[in-house]
Design a protein around this ligand. Structure first.
Ligand code: DHB
Length: 309
């Protein structure tokens, strides 16, 4: 029997696969499809207090090697996601992603979630790259420390943070030092690689409308960066903080690599956008086949055990 369950943030996932926030998890019907799917847990679209239309279209483009998006936080508002989650919490773990545009909005969002009895986990998004004029919080270390200090003064749920990719060894260490001060349940590594630019050479123009074509990259382009971030935070964070891997997963081997680097569970974004909910079955089968060939019975047999040369 091959076991691929995962346990973190006070949640028990039957299997270690989740959608990435933003991928087909904004509307009631998308979320219901995920609830009824073989995914081990569901993450909601990052929410704000009120409904948001988001950025003008086209704002998501899928290419062979990945995607670019500048959605601009379209979402139905926190009350919708809380209502949906309360109605469906008996089915599987639900992570409510929150992305207030200010510290005050984040505190108001967490306060609303606190007021519910259900065992939701919170994924606090510190890394949305797509709001014109708003920097990614987690690239400002002083701000990150301040946000987490205020958030943990009021938070009553299991809470983790969605991080942007880092690219510098000193940055990894500085961020880990901050994160280790707080009772975080998990970190999700990584959000999209922010502010890339795809162009159409034929037409000599950008491919998405917002921010003159600049947007967050996902897919194959970002897997090595995702693995590096999972590995560094697995090594640098307290062992009770789970690392959730996200970035470039489209097959069982990609999941295997994320777990070797230290991931407890994984999220699928770009490839889930390309397929439907049956992807969660396909990926589970592929992961289990790899584990069987290698003689592993459970994720702990190889989690974090990447070898050095
Ligand atoms: C959006 C994009 C992100 O990468 C994110 O973390 C949150 C929101 C968006 O553009 O909607």
């Amino acid at each position: 029997m091959i076991e691929i369950s995962a346990h973190f943030a006070n949640q028990k996932l039957e299997n270690c696969l989740m959608n990435a926030s933003g991928a087909k998890c904004m509307t009631g019907s998308e979320l219901s499809d995920l609830i009824n799917s073989p995914a081990g847990a569901v993450v909601s679209k990052s929410s704000t207090i009120n409904f948001r239309e988001g950025n003008p279209l086209p704002r998501y483009i899928d290419l062979d090697l990945g995607s670019i998006n500048s959605m601009g936080l379209p979402n139905l508002g926190i009350d919708f996601y809380l209502d949906f989650a309360q109605k469906n919490i008996a089915t599987k773990p639900i992570f409510i992603s929150v992305a207030g545009l200010t510290l005050e909005e984040n505190l108001a969002l967490i306060d609303k979630i606190n007021k519910t009895d259900a065992n939701f986990a919170i994924e606090l998004n510190l890394s949305c790259p797509n709001i014109p004029g708003k920097p990614q919080t987690a690239y400002d270390f002083i701000r990150t420390q301040e946000v987490l200090t205020q958030v943990f003064k009021i938070n009553k749920k299991s809470l983790g943070v969605k991080l942007p990719p880092y690219f510098d060894m000193v940055h990894f260490e500085e961020v880990a030092k901050i994160l280790n001060q707080f009772p975080l349940a998990f970190v999700t590594c990584i959000n999209s690689v922010g502010n890339g630019l795809f162009i159409d050479a034929e037409k000599e123009e950008v491919v998405i409308k917002p921010k003159d074509g600049f947007g967050g990259l996902g897919g194959d382009y970002i897997k090595p960066t995702a693995l590096a971030n999972v590995r560094m935070f697995y090594n640098l964070l307290r062992k009770d903080i789970a690392v959730i891997g996200c970035g470039g997963i489209k097959s069982g081997i990609d999941i295997f690599e994320h777990i070797l680097c230290g991931a407890t569970a994984v999220q699928i974004g770009t490839q889930f956008m390309k397929e439907d909910c049956s992807i969660f079955n396909r990926l589970q089968d592929e992961l289990k086949n790899i584990m069987q060939k290698k003689g592993y019975n459970k994720l702990e047999d190889f989690k974090g055990k990447l070898k050095s040369l």
